[in-house]
Design a protein. Structure first.
Lengths: 310, 253
């Protein structure tokens, strides 16, 4: 079934879009990542103009995150206090990011900046997370074999204990300084507007390894934050470039919300370290894909950029 | 007054000089893009009206061009820098048609001379206007060739040699294919009658391509009331997410 998209001005297959939306929704529900880092390249690939892909992707992220967060709300695995702190600091980061983005765009090379940042960030996070979760899985196996259970180690926040302005985050089981969540929030907000991603794939590991939050709470809290940051991005894109395609968004949403439900249910059944190792592999796969795109000889050296067209 | 008389005289002179005139028609002068729009084709037909029988020993030809709205664009070329492929040289094209199709009765070089081609901007490369001086590349021509190659692959630029049927040097017809990925606007249809590789008559009309129905409504809303459009997008996204979750709750009971 072919459908003409009014803003993108291209014709696409509706079922293909259901499929893309569904897969991204599934991952979004499982891992608590918005899926922006997956859906934008997928839309590029099927020929949607880049600006339309970035802004319409954000609409789909809102929909699948709402769908997934409902499951977590029911199970009380959302830390609203932590989410709100990060969200408010995130808006500061986004606003700074908008200016940096404009400056880089003016200099040309914005695409290169985005792709190189993706490779560096994803490569780093993917590798660290993969190592850690593999170690955790092996340790659990060994312990299961030897029939003893070691007390789970507290990770990461030993140094952060000493910071001032301590706040209790009951749902996360933390009593830490409010400053690290604020720094993380600002950084994620900055990435949202410069790289066009919700930041879930960075937020999730940051919450686990830097703050030492309970993994089950991390996914719901990340989703909560991603909803608002992406909604902010949608409004910014709509008002500045009119590049959100509602027909495209609708098709992605239909697949996305269903996928997110299934993903959230699968995610709650998997073990925390299994979930982490899968997310690490996914992040590394996308990282390798973008890296190859940068270093391999492109199929066509030339590309066309229509000026002043959404 | 003098100007009016002059143009009147010119018009009279013109009709006298070209005793052969094109009479043309199109199957549709409006194309509506709806949600299930999947390309379209337009039948262009007509005849050569003459005072006298067609001259013996000379061959006449027909060229039909259809040109979509033009837009400025930048063609960039990637180059390897520090092991990474990045955009390097670029050429700014002042105006390139979003769609361009040329249909002829015979190969272009045998139908029209290069000077006439230049004057009327008939063949594909001449329909693109690149202003020199702004290019950072050493060979801007290569960039134009690349642009044509990419757009031809996308079905946006077409050269249909021999696609025009020309019966008894009088009646002609062809079908111009419009791809599904169309840009809105007025499409300029030109029909040329040539003899001895020179244009002896030309007829021009326009075909309006516009979005219709829900496509029209959404496009207008996003342009005229972006805030409302954004809120509508978010409302749809949030309610779809909530609905799916509610539906799954029911299913699992």
């Amino acid at each position: 079934m072919q459908i003409y998209l009014p803003i993108a001005e291209v014709v696409v297959n509706a079922f293909l879009l259901f499929g893309i939306g569904g897969i991204v929704g599934l991952l979004s529900g499982m891992f608590g990542v918005g899926g922006g880092f997956l859906i934008t390249p997928a839309l590029f690939f099927i020929g949607i103009p880049p600006t339309v892909a970035v802004s319409t992707g954000a609409v789909q992220v809102v929909a699948s995150s709402v769908s997934a967060v409902m499951v977590h709300l029911k199970r009380r695995t959302v830390d609203f206090r932590m989410g709100t702190v990060m969200l408010l600091s995130g808006f500061i980061g986004s606003t700074v990011g908008i200016y940096v983005f404009r400056e880089l765009e003016r200099l040309g090379h914005i695409n290169l900046f985005v792709e190189v940042s993706y490779v560096v960030l994803m490569g780093l996070i993917g590798t660290l997370m993969f190592q850690e979760s593999l170690r955790a899985i092996l340790r659990n196996r060994r312990e299961a074999r030897e029939g003893r259970t070691a007390a789970p180690r507290r990770r990461g926040h030993s140094k952060l204990q000493k910071w001032p302005l301590k706040v209790k985050f009951r749902t996360s089981g933390l009593y830490i300084s409010i400053l690290p969540p604020i720094f993380i929030g600002v950084f994620i907000g900055f990435l949202t507007t410069t790289l066009g991603v919700g930041g879930g794939f960075i937020l999730v590991p940051a919450m686990i390894y830097m703050l030492g939050m309970n993994t089950k709470v991390v996914v719901g809290t990340s989703l909560f934050q991603v909803i608002f940051i992406s909604a902010y991005a949608v409004m910014a894109h709509v008002l500045t470039s009119q590049s959100v395609d509602l027909v495209l968004a609708l098709l992605l949403i239909v697949g996305g919300v269903v996928g997110a439900q299934i993903g959230a249910i699968i995610g709650l059944r998997l073990k925390a370290e299994q979930l982490r190792i899968l997310l690490a592999l996914l992040v590394l796969a996308v990282c390798v894909k973008i890296f190859l795109g940068l270093v391999l000889h492109p199929a066509d050296l030339y590309n066309i950029n229509v000026v002043g067209h959404a | 007054m003098i100007r009016l008389l002059l143009s009147l005289a010119l018009a009279l002179f013109a009709t006298a000089a070209s005793a052969q005139k094109l009479v043309t028609g199109v199957s549709r002068d409006q194309v509506a893009i709806t949600a299930n729009f999947d390309g379209s084709d337009i039948l262009v037909y007509g005849a050569v009206a003459r005072d006298a029988p067609p001259p013996k020993g000379v061959t006449q030809n027909i060229i039909i061009t259809l040109e979509g709205p033009s837009e400025p664009l930048i063609v960039r070329k990637k180059a390897r820098m520090l092991g990474i492929w990045a955009n390097h040289e670029s050429v700014r094209v002042d105006s390139a048609p979003s769609f361009y199709s040329v249909s002829t009765t015979a190969p272009v070089s045998s139908v029209i001379s290069h000077t006439e081609d230049l004057r009327y901007h008939i063949s594909v490369p001449l329909a693109i206007r690149e202003i020199g001086g702004t290019a950072t590349a050493q060979h801007p021509k290569k960039f134009i060739d690349a642009l044509i190659k990419i757009r031809t692959k996308e079905g946006k630029y077409e050269s249909e040699i021999g696609a025009v049927k020309f019966k008894d040097n009088t009646l002609f017809s062809t079908r111009v294919q419009l791809p599904a990925n169309l840009t809105e606007g007025a499409y300029k249809l030109r029909i040329f009658l040539t003899q001895d590789r020179k244009v002896i008559d030309m007829s021009q009309t326009s075909i309006q391509v516009s979005k219709a129905g829900i496509e029209r409504w959404l496009f207008n809303l996003s342009a005229d009331r972006p805030a409302l459009y954004g809120i509508l997008s978010l409302f749809i996204a949030i309610s779809a997410g909530w609905l799916a979750s509610a539906a799954f709750q029911l299913l699992r009971r």
